[in-house]
Structures are given as structure tokens and as C-alpha cells.
Design a protein around this ligand. Sequence first.
Ligand SMILES: O=C(O)c1cc(=O)[nH]c(=O)n1[C@@H]1O[C@H](COP(=O)(O)O)[C@@H](O)[C@H]1O
Length: 234
Amino acid sequence: MSFEHSKKILIALDYDDQQIALDFVKQLSPETCRLKVGKEMFTYFGPTFVKELIDLGFDVFLDLKFHDIPNTVAKAVTAAAKMGVWMVNVHASGGFEMMNKAKMALEKFGDKAPLLIAVTVLTSMDEKELERLGIDKPAKEQVIYLAKLAQEAGLDGVVCSAQEAEVLKSELGESFKLITPGIRPEGSAAGDQKRIMTPKQAIDAGSDYLVIGRPITQSENPLRVLTDINKSIA
Ligand SMILES: O=C(O)c1cc(=O)[nH]c(=O)n1[C@@H]1O[C@H](COP(=O)(O)O)[C@@H](O)[C@H]1O
């Protein structure tokens, strides 16, 4: 049986308790999902926690969304590569030079370099929120604009919502990876996410990887939810 569809799920480990996170992770298999460590867990538990997950055999997406001057970001992604993560991200709005310098800094790691991904427009944002930032265009247009910039800068893909996946696949090509949070199985609470889709809709639209947190981690039976999601996209 192929597990390739399962490895499309990146579980967002957003916990404030390392032991609870590890107890959950130990019920999982690196064959059936990948893991994402973001700002909360990294700030509490740091590289030691990330390395522990890697030692358990998991591919880890280090989601720290770097956004700083080019030199600082290049050094930060270098540190991520040394940690051995599978994927790391930066904000596309940090600019072309920042993204390009970060990509170049990873070249020395050869085939061990993590995938470098740019966040376009956060999935928690809608047009109203963009307008408040002074961006007077539909979210989809802004996502396409930033994704093209990320591709030009040599990045491996972008974080976007699944609502933009179809147009990005057709404009930027099959190999440019689309990582989509804002995934909500039918009937689950949207919370702070605005541009959402179900797991199946997201895969059908062309998402390469689905980032899913609370619908799994805050459910009464996380393993059951994960299995159901995997079945729905198999
Ligand atoms: O880069 C990300 O992973 C990310 C980008 C984005 O635009 N939206 C977004 O929700 N995320 C992350 O994806 C996860 C989504 O979690 P849930 O909303 O709980 O499924 C969180 O850990 C977010 O930090």
C-alpha cells in the first residue's frame, strides 16, 4: 500500500506542553504524516525538540516565517539547515533580495538543503484585512504576485490558501510546491482562518501539502481524525 497521499499531511504541532506533543507524536508514523513546528513550540522548546522529532524519523517543517534583512534571514535558514529540517519558510513580503540570498545560502547543503518556501498572504487574512495594510487588491491577485516573485527568487514553493492553488499550479507549473494551511474538514470550526477549504477540495485544487493543526490536535481523538482525513484524500 502506498502512503504517499498520507505524507501530504503536515500536522501543525501547536502545543505548549512538550510531553503532550511527544505522547501524540509517538502514536504516529513517519510513513503517514510529516510534522510542523512553529513559533509557539520553537519558542518554548527550541532546536532540542526539533531534533528529537527528526531522530524519531519525521520530516520536520520549521515554520518560523523569517522576515528580516537579507543577511539575517540567510543566516537563519542556514541554522535551520544545520538542524536537519526538511522544509523552512520566509515571508515573501521580505522581498526578492531577502528570498534570493536565503536560497543561495542553502546551496552549500546540496541535496541535504531544506525546501525553502515563501509565505504569500496569510490564510487568516481576507480582503478587508489586506485593505487595512494598504493593499488594494483581491487576496488571490496578491498571492499570485508574491508567488511569482518567490519563484523568480529561486524558491521551491509557497504557502498560500487552497483557494489559490488551482491558478498557481497553472501559472507557475507542476514542480513549484504549494503548501496550504487553512484546511478545515467538513463541520470543523474555522477559528481565525478565513480562506479555507476541506482536505479533499485542497488536494483536488492542486495543493502538494496540507497543513492541519487544531482540527486534529484539539479533537478528542486526533488519530481518528488523521486517519479519516487520510482516507478522504487517498
Ligand atoms: O506558514 C504556515 O504554516 C501558515 C501560514 C498561513 O498562511 N496560515 C497558517 O495557518 N499557517 C500555520 O498553519 C497552522 C494552521 O493551524 P490550524 O489553523 O490549527 O489548522 C498554524 O500553525 C499556522 O501558524
